[in-house]
Each structure stands twice: as C-alpha cells, then as structure tokens.
Design a protein around this ligand. Structure first.
Ligand SMILES: [Zn+2]
Length: 165
C-alpha cells in the first residue's frame, strides 16, 4: 500500500469541517461524500416527505421475533427495544424505522462519484470539435460490425437499458 493509500485509509471522513484547518481536495470530497451518504440514510415523513429529526422522545417497545411473539430473557422477562421518535417540520411524528428511507433517489437525488463515472463512460468524445449532430437526430442508434456493443431489444424493453452498452 502506498503512503497515499494509507493516508486515505486513515482519514476520518465523518469529522466536522474545521474552518481553521486546511484540507486537501481529496479530503474535502471524502467529507462531502460522507455527508451525502449519511443524508441518504435519513428517514422522511410518509405524510409530507420532509426530513425527520429526533424529537428527544424515546419509546420502549416490546421486542418481537419474526413471528411477532414477544422476546423474553432467561428469567421470562419481556425484552424492550428503544425507538427514538422522529418529527418532521410539519409536526408529523413516527418512530425510527417507520419513516420512508431517503435513499439516493427522489427529490434532490444524490449523485456519487461512481454514478458520474458511469455517465462519463457513456459520453461521446471526439478528437476535434463537437460530436456529429446525427447522434441526436436519429442516426445514432445503429450497429456496426466493429462498433460498440449493444443491448438487445428485449433487454432494453425489460430493464430500460440504453441502446449501447
Ligand atoms: Zn410530515
């Protein structure tokens, strides 16, 4: 492992940015990605779609097994699990785990570096000038014996795949 990989592996991306510190571009990106990743794990209100914040209330609910039966300890006491209560800006309340997962889609979708790489991979590059306009005018989706690999009509229909792989 190179010193750079080691340095990157040791970097704590969950830290809060300290304005008096100097960060490298890579470190800033790692922190930003962490913020986005944390954001994608937050819960949204099922009624209005706003973010939920912990209200400070915690409800202890009996722990249930996969059959819905209460889980007990060796002495027969019911075990409880703490569920923090979440509240959205419109005052709707729910318990953690019952909300809608933020994920990376939906309103304000999140793009990670690997998604951007995916897009760049599909971009058309030319050595000179701009791509031939026929790319956008119907001449684009054509095969050639030495051309790009394509998805079959069935794959395109079933998975919403693009013409070219
Ligand atoms: Zn709400």
């Amino acid at each position: 492992m190179s010193w750079r990989d080691k340095e990157r592996e040791d970097f704590d991306a969950t830290q809060t940015l300290d304005p008096s510190k100097t960060y490298t571009a890579w470190q800033l990106e790692a922190i930003a990605n962490q913020i986005l990743r944390d954001d994608s794990k937050r819960e949204l209100c099922r009624k209005c779609g706003e973010y939920g914040e912990e209200s400070g209330e915690i409800e202890a609910l009996p722990q249930a097994d996969e059959n819905g039966d209460p889980v007990v300890d060796n002495e027969g006491n019911t075990l409880f699990v703490d569920f923090p209560e979440l509240v959205c800006t419109n005052g709707h309340r729910w318990y953690k785990g019952e909300g809608k997962a933020r994920t990376i889609a939906g309103k304000n979708p999140i793009l990670f570096e690997n998604h951007l790489q995916d897009r760049r991979r599909r971009e058309i590059y030319t050595s000179v000038g701009t791509p031939d306009p026929s790319i956008e005018q119907g001449m684009y989706n054509r095969t050639h014996p030495q051309g790009r690999k394509v998805n079959s009509k069935d794959q395109r229909k079933r998975n919403g795949a693009s013409f070219f792989r």
